[in-house]
Design a protein around this ligand. Structure first.
Ligand SMILES: Nc1nc2c(c(=O)[nH]1)N[C@@H](CN(C=O)c1ccc(C(=O)N[C@@H](CCC(=O)O)C(=O)O)cc1)CN2
Length: 293
């Protein structure tokens, strides 16, 4: 069997287009502020892409770049200024932050109603309690991709490998909210293969290239590979690199559906960020959530 592709590029483009259409229906322009501290090369690419996609969708995009040695208090002060800025509907602080800055303290400074990353305690609590809030972008994108293969997850078994606050934990809650029976696995899980083979939906969010192989996959399962790992690619030439997921490509011989890396969950992250920003903007204006978003 060769898995069908869950195309995050195509679905991401649809989600971004819908966010752009919904933004047009709101009074005033929707504004997104992104804070980048330091020079992490991958983060610089992601922030550039966020700026480009936000503008392409008709949003106002404000990028704040701070040097790596910026004191934590100055990052928090910037977040507080953005909280008070009427032109800003959504705030995102790009992760990872440089050593010496406590990410949780910076996140805690974000107004929960502008927290388009869904990482504040308030939004994490809302997700846990099943209340309306802002949901982290990568887990949201993973659910949209899984939904292409399995529109109804009721009674399905799901295994999430990884327990980060950015992906693993919120993704497990979203799967549970969609009536799946969820197991969370991690580095201390005994017999990871046996646990993973129970999954109708297998989600890998660990950041370890090729951690899961064909042996971890139940025949026909939906495999959502959240890992985006840059590895050496000597076959492409000296010093060249490539992106690979947490799931080895041969797993596609067993899976029914699988996300590629690149082109799977990654593009959904920015698409869902635009979606969250438009949702936040509508709610801040006291309006209903836009239809069709
Ligand atoms: N505050 C946050 N920081 C980080 C998040 C996040 O959701 N919030 N997620 C990641 C990085 N990220 C967005 O910030 C991100 C990662 C990957 C992609 C993407 O489109 N990947 C492409 C490949 C791009 C490339 O060539 O490098 C793909 O997978 O096809 C978008 C956004 C960590 N930080």
């Amino acid at each position: 069997m060769s898995a069908r592709l869950l195309d995050g590029k195509a679905l991401g483009a649809e989600v971004r287009a819908r966010a752009g259409e919904a933004a047009k229906t709101l009074p005033g322009q929707v504004g997104l502020a992104v804070v980048l501290v330091g020079e992490d090369p991958a983060s610089q690419v992601y922030v550039r892409n966020k700026h480009r996609e936000a503008e392409a969708a008709g949003l106002l995009s404000f990028v704040h770049r701070l040097p790596a040695d910026t004191p934590e208090a100055d990052v928090v002060a910037l977040v507080e200024r953005l909280n008070a800025d009427e032109a800003v509907d959504g705030i995102l602080v790009q992760m990872p932050l440089p050593e010496g800055i406590d990410a949780l303290r910076v996140i805690a400074a974000i107004d929960p109603d502008k927290d388009v990353d869904g990482l504040t305690e308030t939004n994490a609590g809302r997700l846990l309690l099943g209340r309306r809030g802002l949901v982290p972008c990568t887990p949201q994108g993973s659910m949209l991709l899984a939904g292409l293969a399995l529109p109804d997850l009721t009674g399905k078994t799901a295994v999430v490998v990884g327990r980060s606050i950015l992906v693993g934990k919120p993704l497990a809650l979203l799967l549970q909210a969609a009536n799946a029976t969820v197991t969370m696995a991690h580095s201390r899980t005994k017999d990871l293969g046996a646990v993973c083979r129970t999954a109708d939906v297998l989600c890998a969010a660990v950041g370890r290239p090729g951690l899961l192989t064909a042996e971890h996959v139940k025949p026909g399962a939906v495999v959502i590979d959240v890992g985006i790992n840059r590895v050496d690619a000597p076959e492409k030439g000296e010093g060249k690199t490539k992106l690979v997921g947490d799931v080895a490509p041969e797993a596609a011989e067993v899976a029914g559906w699988m996300t590629p890396v690149p082109g799977g969950v990654g593009p959904m992250t920015i698409a869902c960020l635009l979606r969250n920003t438009v949702l936040a903007a509508a709610r801040r204006r006291g309006l209903e959530d836009p239809r069709g978003l």
